[in-house]
Design a protein around this ligand. Sequence first.
Ligand code: HEM
Length: 154
Amino acid sequence: MMVDTLHKVKLLAIFLLLSLCSLAARAEPPSLFDRLGGLAPISVVVSDFIDALGPDPVLNSNPAIDAARTAVPAPYLKYQVTAMMCQVTGGPCQYHGRDMHQAHAHLNIQEVEWQRMMAIFDQILAKHQVPKQEVSELMAIMESTKADIVVSAK
Ligand code: HEM
C-alpha cells in the first residue's frame, strides 16, 4: 500500500516536471539564429555579402575603404562578420574582434557608402530568400551599429 502511494507521488512529480518543461519550451520563441537556419546558412550569406562589397565602385571611390579592403584578407573579414552575426542573432559563437567604432574609424565612412552597403545587404538577403520578418530583424541589427560606423552619423 505504502509502495503504491510512493509510486503515485513519483509519477505525479514526473508529470509536473514534464509539464513545466514543455511550458518553458513554449515560452521561448526560436532565436533569429535558429530561424535563419544556423551557422552554415549564415556563413554563406556573409560570404556572398563580403564578395559583393569588395569590387563595388561606390564603396571603393572612398580611398580609405579601397585601401583597407585590399589590405585585409576577405576570409578574415568573413570569419569575423560571421562570428558577430552568429552571436548577435542568439547563436553559440563569441565575437572576439574589435568593436564597430574601432574597426571602422579610419575608413571615413559616409552616409552614401552606408546606404550602398545596406542596398547590397538587402540584395544578398533577397538572393538567399530570407523571409521578410528575418530581413527586418537583420536590418535593425545593422542599423544599430550605424552611429559607430558612419562618421557623419554621430
Ligand atoms: C559601409 C559600411 C561598411 C564598410 C565600408 C565596412 C568595411 C570594413 C573594412 C574595410 C574592414 C576592415 C578594416 C581594417 O581592418 O582595416 C571592416 C571590418 C569589420 N567590419 Fe565592416 N564595414 C561596414 C559596415 C559594417 C557593419 C554594418 C558591420 C556589422 C554589423 C561590420 C562588421 C565588421 C567587422 C566584424 C569587422 C572586423 C573587425 C576586426 O577586424 O576586429 N562592418 N569593415
